[in-house]
Structures are given as C-alpha cells and as structure tokens.
Design a protein around this ligand. Structure first.
Ligand code: PMP
Length: 284
C-alpha cells in the first residue's frame, strides 16, 4: 500500500495531488532522495537527509522543516503504512508559483514523501549480471548543474536509459565529455582489477551515492584495496569484475559492456563478497 505525506497532510495514492503551478513540475526546480526501508527501519536515513538538504542548499532552496522533523515524519509514515521492506521518495520543490521561472513567485517550497516499494530488475539479473552499452548521451557538465545535486532534472539520464532500452540492454554506462566513466542511469560504477576495487571520485562529476560510500566502507572492512580514481571504458572492458551500486539497485553485477564480456563469470568473487556483506548489513 502506498502512502503520501504532502506539506503536513497524509494522503493515499489517489488523493495525493500537487499543483500544476508547482515549479518542480513546470521547471524541474527541486531536489529528491530515494531511500530503502529494511526490516521496518529507514536505511541510512541520516546520509540521505544530509544529501537532500545539501542538494537543496546548492539550488538555493530552504527546506521549510528541520532534518529532525523530516526524520520523524519518515519514521511515522513507515509505521502508518506498515512497511517492512520498502522504498521512499522525498521531494522538495521550489514550490507553487506563477508561470514565469522567477523563483521569487514561489513563497514556500513544497515537501512531499512517498512511502512505497520499488523493483528495477527481476532477481535473475543479479545472478546473470547486467548487459550494458555506453550511452552516446554524455553526463551533464559539472559546472552547468553539478551531478552531485540530486535534482528533479533527470533528462540526460532518461535519454541515456532510452538508448539502452532501444538497444535491448539492461543498463547504460554514461561518460563525461572527456570520455571518463561517470555513472549508470541512476547508479554508481565500480570495477575490480587484480583485487583492487576502483570507483570514480565524486569531484569528477558523479552523484556521491549513499550505497557507493557504504560499499567503499565494506571493501575496507573486507580488507580489499580501494581506490577512488577516474576510469575510462578501457578499464571497464579489461576489468576482472564490475558492478553498479544504488539504493534501488543495491549491488548489481555487470556481465558485459559494449559486447565485451567482463571477467570470467557472471559474478566475480569480490562482487559476491560485497553483495553478501551488503545483505548482512541490511538484515542487521
Ligand atoms: N547516480 C544517480 C544519478 C542516481 O540517481 C543514484 C540513485 N539515487 C545513484 C547514482 C546512486 O545513489 P544512492 O546509492 O545514494 O542511491
């Protein structure tokens, strides 16, 4: 059952409404978070709310409630909806204004939270690994709108995703204008070569995933050498293992990129170790 909180009021899926004059809808002027619920508890709540408030700050939006209150509403919604395993979407928009894009017409940001579930691939994809292609659509330039802002502007990612769908692929790899690996359509990218785990640093212009940061920590706990370094497609083609991380995706192994099979099998030993450790953490 889905439940929605909008500016202090609870709604069900059919009664949850946002004004057509909301600048989140008219201009994509807003920010969001996607968060998992495991065992009835919001997973990494603090990290997600920190990123939500940082994204809002970068867009010069003042969230009209404290992080503590946002956390309380989040927990109340999970209890009200009776969610044990679920997915939440926190959204803060510039608010309701008029038809000009001038944000000064929006006196108060709109805040809503959706309490629901998510599934992006069937279970067997996690056993077989994902077939991917490099998208022709580049990652947005980091000085236009920093990819570190989780904003309501996902069109480049959606264009890339459509390329993948058209090519009958599971997912796409997005590159920045210099050809460096940025991320998948909504996930961070990791490779493993001779036991060393590498992911692009956030400063190169990728969203700093909560799952990404968690996996970096898990790699450390497992005693795996971990590097944050720019990588290019050659590094992925010649990797022993590669995988994606994200709140919705969790950890998903990559089987191939642009037709090149990656490594020896669908799930390499390092990916398997990290998947197992991640699962143990979500069940704790
Ligand atoms: N990159 C993008 C563009 C995303 O939308 C997401 C998912 N929210 C991620 C990476 C992964 O981040 P996280 O692990 O925090 O879900």
């Amino acid at each position: 059952m889905s439940l929605i909180w909008i500016n202090g009021q609870w709604h069900d899926r059919d009664s949850a409404m946002i004004s057509v004059y909301d600048h989140g809808l008219l201009y994509g002027d807003g920010v969001f978070e996607g968060m998992r619920v495991y065992g009835g508890r919001p997973f990494r709540l603090e990290e997600h709310l920190d990123r939500l408030y940082d994204s809002a700050q970068a867009l010069w939006i003042t969230v009209p409630m404290t992080k503590a209150d946002m956390g309380r509403v989040t927990e109340e919604g999970i209890a009200r909806a009776g969610i044990s395993e679920g997915y939440l979407r926190h959204v803060v928009t510039r608010g309701v204004g008029d038809l000009g894009l001038d944000p000064r017409s929006c006196p108060r940001p709109t805040v809503f939270i959706i309490f629901d579930t998510i599934r992006i691939w069937p279970r067997e994809r996690y056993e077989k690994g994902l077939a991917m292609i490099s998208a022709a659509t580049p990652m947005p330039d980091r000085e236009t709108l920093s990819p570190r802002v989780k904003s309501l502007n996902y069109l480049p990612h959606i264009m890339a995703k459509l390329e993948g769908i058209h090519a009958q692929m599971d997912e796409v790899l997005m590159l920045d204008r210099g050809g460096y690996v940025a991320e998948a359509s909504g996930m961070n990218v990791f490779i493993v070569k001779r036991g060393v785990v590498t992911t692009p640093p956030a400063w190169t212009g990728v969203l700093r995933g909560v799952t990404r940061d968690l996996v970096i920590g898990l790699a450390g706990e497992a005693g795996l050498p971990m590097r944050e370094e720019p990588i290019n497609r050659y590094d992925v083609y010649t990797a022993d293992e590669a995988f994606l991380t994200g709140t919705a995706a969790e950890i998903a192994p990559i089987r191939s990129l642009d037709g090149r099979q990656i490594g020896a099998g669908p799930i390499g030993p390092v990916t398997r170790t990290l998947m197992d450790r991640f699962q143990a953490l979500t069940r704790r």
